[in-house]
Design a protein around this ligand. Structure first.
Ligand SMILES: [Zn+2]
Length: 91
């Protein structure tokens, strides 16, 4: 599945957390043009993690952008935890 994003001129609501964001993410073809079901970077990352999704190379660049956005939302103690996990994965 390809991850797609849309940048909104005005703030849009994330379906997951109701957070106002300018960028929503979704899967290509799944929502069509219906961005009411879009997720913010944080919720998308949570969904990928909880759903045990695997990122393939084609999605890497986009996934990296999402991770960076997710990273910015994390409290410091979670950053350290994530950093440790990433190092264990050899990233
Ligand atoms: Zn959200």
């Amino acid at each position: 599945m390809k991850i797609i994003s849309k940048l909104f001129d005005n703030e849009a609501k994330c379906r997951g957390c109701n957070w106002d964001t300018k960028t929503l993410y979704s899967f290509e073809g799944e929502q069509g043009t219906n961005w009411e079901n879009g997720l913010c970077g944080n919720c998308l990352a949570d969904m990928l993690e909880q759903g045990n999704y695997h990122v393939t190379k084609g999605d890497f660049e986009k996934a990296y952008d999402i991770l960076m956005e997710y990273w910015d939302c994390l409290p410091d103690e979670r950053k350290m935890e994530m950093d440790k996990k990433l190092q264990e994965c050899g990233v």
